[in-house]
Design a protein around this ligand. Structure first.
Ligand SMILES: NC(=O)c1ccc[n+]([C@@H]2O[C@H](COP(=O)([O-])OP(=O)(O)OC[C@H]3O[C@@H](n4cnc5c(N)ncnc54)[C@H](O)[C@@H]3O)[C@@H](O)[C@H]2O)c1
Length: 411
């Protein structure tokens, strides 16, 4: 049965959900779009032919029927928007992070309980062909019991520069700690694969490289004006490299090199990476212990050539190794033959190695009453955020062990 969506925030993420509906008219239709940007609203009205609103309060007055409201506005608005939509009776697909600080995350969680609404958090990795296969492998018992996990989030040097030095998630006071913005996905994956809550967290890390003292001599404030040769972070080179993941949508709709360079000039994405107002880390290591004794070591680092995640799972009967972006999982049973699983990723909407598209398919199934293994709600998702906040607290206290005491039953 076709389900109706409201999209609040028709930016990069909102457009992915809209595209999914356009390509899958048998699954979703868009009932309304809200965005504060007039150009995006016009584009949405032309694309979907649905009512559009520049303010969510106007939309709520119109009593529009929908099966799910997607909150894909910037992080700082999540609490206001999520609570208002739940109060008005909508179930939500809420972009991660749930909110920028622990109190707001818990307030949204409590509001969901209070209004009796379902809130699915966009922890998209759960739906990816990679992690979804790993979950099946664990559930099959072939690894035995999980004892320990080792994983890395290799951010990619140019992704770090875009999002965490020049872009929206560069400053923890304006957005959130990077361990939340980037790794709440990973925390959620650990919680899901291990099947238990995390109890203790310790973390170390800092902003080491993207700082003034590392700027080359004679650099300029903006790359457009800079004479330094061979700078790895020259914005004009990074944003016109069509082999790299496309972050151009943050400042231009143009597709040609000249147009991109023109719109980049003197924008925030043209700034010298050594002279931005960034304060989030460029490397962080977190160790965790779960309530069943399973240990996890997680590394997040800016300094990788490509953007990728890898994982090793140590079980009592076998070891698993995998790299998400390579679509490859290796299993090394202690007794039997080794096994390599590979696949072709075939997706047309969104990114995350097919996870965005897979999530929308699973949500549609869930809304139609099917049981889907990856779907989870905010009562579990909030744990990943609490783990990230605990990691940040530990990092700021030089690795002090932080005990997680989230008592969800008695709040
Ligand atoms: N699930 C993931 O892996 C993932 C990946 C990237 C971003 N995100 C999250 O998705 C959300 C959106 O990110 P994005 O990259 O699409 O950002 P974006 O800036 O491209 O889109 C946000 C949209 O919201 C609109 N907007 C801003 N303030 C508004 C308001 N008060 N009312 C209505 N509309 C408003 C903007 O005009 C813009 O169109 C953020 O919370 C972000 O952290 C999640």
């Amino acid at each position: 049965m076709v389900k109706k969506l409201i999209i609040a925030g028709y930016g990069q993420r909102g457009q992915i959900y809209g595209s999914f509906a356009l390509i899958n008219p048998d699954k979703f239709t868009v009932a309304a779009v809200i965005d504060s940007d007039a150009k995006r609203l016009k584009q949405a009205a032309e694309t979907f032919g649905c009512p559009v609103f520049s303010d969510y309060r106007e939309m709520l007055k119109n009593d529009i029927t929908a099966d799910l409201a997607i909150i894909s506005t910037p992080d700082k608005y999540h609490k206001e928007h999520a609570v208002a939509f739940m109060k008005a009776g909508y179930d939500l697909l809420l972009e991660k992070p749930i909110a920028n600080n622990e109190k707001d995350c818990l307030d949204i969680y409590k509001a969901a309980k209070c209004y009796g609404r379902k809130v699915i958090v966009c922890h998209v990795l759960r739906y990816s062909p990679f992690y979804s296969r790993i979950k099946d492998i664990i559930d099959s018992g072939i690894l035995g019991e999980i004892i320990s996990v080792h994983a890395s989030e290799n951010v990619g040097f140019y992704h770090q520069a875009h999002s965490f030095v020049r872009g929206p998630w560069r400053n923890s006071k304006e957005s959130s700690p990077m361990i939340l913005a980037k790794c709440c996905h990973d925390m959620d994956i650990f919680r899901w694969l291990i099947g238990k809550s995390c109890r203790y967290v310790s973390s170390y890390g800092s902003l080491t490289f993207f700082k003034r003292e590392n700027a080359p001599e004679n650099h300029a404030e903006y790359c457009s004006d800079c004479a330094v040769k061979d700078c790895l972070y020259k914005a004009q080179d990074l944003y016109t490299d069509f082999n790299k993941v496309n972050f151009r949508g943050y400042f231009t709709v143009k597709k040609d090199k000249e147009g991109i360079v023109e719109d980049l000039k003197r924008s925030q994405y043209d700034r010298c990476v050594y002279f931005c107002d960034n304060d989030v880390v460029d490397h962080q290591v977190t160790v965790m212990q779960f309530e069943n004794g399973v240990t996890v070591a997680h590394t997040m680092a800016a300094f990788s050539k490509e953007i990728y995640r890898d994982i090793k799972i140590y079980g009592t009967k076998a070891e698993l190794r995998g790299i998400m972006e390579k679509n490859r999982i290796e299993i090394y049973p202690f007794k039997d033959e080794n096994k390599v699983i590979t696949w072709e990723n075939d997706f047309t909407v969104g990114g995350h190695s097919g996870a965005d598209q897979a999530m929308m398919n699973d949500i549609w199934k869930t809304l139609n009453g099917e049981k889907v293994k990856s779907i989870t709600y905010i009562d579990v998702s909030v744990e990943s955020h609490v783990m990230a906040f605990a990691a940040e607290e530990s990092r700021l206290n030089n690795g002090r062990n932080v005990e997680i005491t989230l008592d969800k039953e008695n709040d």
